[in-house]
Design a protein around this ligand. Structure first.
Ligand SMILES: [Zn+2]
Length: 173
């Protein structure tokens, strides 16, 4: 592996990931709005500053970039350079996220987390993937479910993630 190339690629990748996060959020928002849902944005008075707040449905939605929020999927690897520093930073982010979710649940909010990797399916067109996720988000809002992640990762491979596992039951057969 060539370190300098990796570093450049990595920083380019990370800044583009950040920009895309915002764009993904916007595209989901647009679709939910078109379906008739109304929401408030980036509500700072709630734990974790949820991206969207649907008061009528007592629900909040986060749209998370997999790298920054340390999803544990293929998009969330720890950079090779300054690995220990990154590991701590990303684990702290994930810990803060799961604390926010616990706090939101404690005060009665339903929580939906939409992950970036759900949009990036190799054999699905972007618009189709977005439509699918918006439809699932709408389904969640209208349901009585208290918590959901899209996509839901298999439990294996995320064992060293802080806070994970506490919100889910035993492995399904
Ligand atoms: Zn992911």
């Amino acid at each position: 592996m060539v370190d300098t190339v990796n570093k450049e690629t990595r920083s380019r990748m990370m800044s583009s990931v950040r920009a895309k996060d915002t764009k993904l959020e916007l595209e989901i928002r647009r679709r939910l709005f078109a379906m008739g849902f109304r929401y408030r944005l980036h509500v700072k008075s709630l734990p974790g500053t949820p991206d969207m707040v649907f008061a009528k449905y007592q629900s909040v939605v986060f749209v998370h970039g997999c790298f920054w929020h340390y999803h544990g999927c293929h998009l969330s690897s720890i950079p090779e350079t300054r690995r220990a520093w990154w590991k701590k930073k990303l684990e702290d982010n994930a810990r803060r996220d799961s604390q926010a979710v616990s706090e939101l649940r404690r005060i009665g909010w339903h929580v939906l987390i939409i992950w970036e990797c759900g949009f990036r399916k190799p054999k699905t067109k972007r618009a189709e993937a977005l439509d699918g996720i918006a439809a699932r988000a709408a389904g969640f809002l209208k349901s009585k479910r208290k918590q959901l992640e899209i996509p839901l990762l298999p439990r294996s491979g995320t064992t060293n993630k802080p806070g994970k596992g506490s919100t889910h039951g035993k492995k399904k057969r």
